[in-house]
Ligand binder design. Structure first.
Ligand code: R5P
Length: 299
């Protein structure tokens, strides 16, 4: 995914009339003993087009989503204060993207994140398969560009796996549009898991039912992200109960937060999941990719 980001940046740069050579600048992220963070840029960036790449949910670092978000905001504002001409934040994972609407008495945090990014000084944000495209509308002065991983994942699936009578199944109603795209591109049938959550109980899944037929068929579930693995495991169990054969799971953002790795490994060993295919937009390291039989990484 890093390669695609660089390709995308090169395309943008080539399209600009005032294009300048791409260079990595010397900057520093300083964390104070009370946890506060600041970014210092150690060279002149006045008049430059400035790109800041930040992994928000980083499995290989000790830092939390909130630490990384705050560091991003300080980096954007450091570039703004240094008179960069334009500032683009490249964030494969848009933080708080699942808090994009009010379900009960709660905040719409995805909108706050958009506002923080804008007031810090960014003009453009590049992200991957943002959970809800409505988030684009939360920006007023900056623009959100949403890249898609679907074509790379579909290519990998076609080159490596053969499925019998494939049914693309959305893990929830929110994923229906993505599933429709997969079903059209792979000439496969479509089904949807209707998932309900109980918002009075920490958003626990309260019911799941299948709309469509998977009996005797192979299934591919294209999700945008796997966090705890709860959604996928529940969907896979339901599909197996309904007679599904091999089940493939794909996701653009394989966060694998606790206890996802344990749940997915167990599901693979029990024959519930044939393979999980993710992208390197969330970096787990080559050791993990090499040593995890249930996981394929698309770059
Ligand atoms: C839900 O709307 C998303 O598309 C994902 O299915 C969900 O957020 C994944 O979270 P978890 O793995 O914790 O169930």
């Amino acid at each position: 995914f890093a390669t695609r980001i660089i390709q995308h940046l090169n395309e943008i740069i080539q399209n600009e009339t005032h294009s300048l050579p791409l260079r990595l600048i010397h900057s520093e992220e300083i964390t104070f003993s009370n946890g506060e963070v600041k970014t210092v840029i150690h060279e002149n960036v006045r008049g430059d087009d400035h790109y800041i790449v930040q992994c928000i949910d980083d499995p290989l670092s000790e830092k939390s989503v909130n630490d990384n978000l705050m560091a991003l905001l300080t980096a954007i504002n450091a570039a703004f204060q240094s008179d960069a001409d334009s500032i683009t934040a490249v964030i494969p994972q848009f933080p708080y993207s699942r808090q994009e609407r009010k379900k009960t008495r709660e905040c719409i945090t995805a909108k706050q994140v958009a506002q923080f990014i804008e007031v810090s000084g960014a003009n453009r944000v590049i992200t991957l398969d943002v959970h809800a495209e409505a988030i684009m509308g939360f920006f007023t002065t900056a623009k959100l560009e949403n890249l898609h991983a679907s074509n790379y994942i579909i290519k990998h699936f076609k080159e490596n796996y053969s499925a019998n009578d494939l049914v693309i199944t959305a893990a929830d109603v929110g994923g229906a549009e993505r599933a429709r795209y997969y079903s059209k591109t792979l000439h496969a049938h479509l089904a949807i898991v209707d998932k309900a959550r109980d918002y009075s109980k920490k958003s626990v899944i309260s019911s799941m039912r299948l709309v469509g037929d998977v009996d005797g068929k192979d299934v591919l579930i294209p999700d945008d992200m796997i966090s705890t693995g709860g959604t996928i495991i529940n969907a896979v169990k339901l599909l197996k109960d309904k007679g599904a054969q091999k089940i493939y799971v794909t996701c653009s953002l394989p966060f694998f937060n606790e206890p996802a790795v344990e749940l997915l490994s167990k599901a693979y060993e029990e024959g519930l999941i044939a393979k999980v295919i993710g992208t390197d937009a969330v970096f787990h390291g080559q050791e993990f990719v090499k040593n995890t039989p249930w996981y394929d990484e698309v770059t």
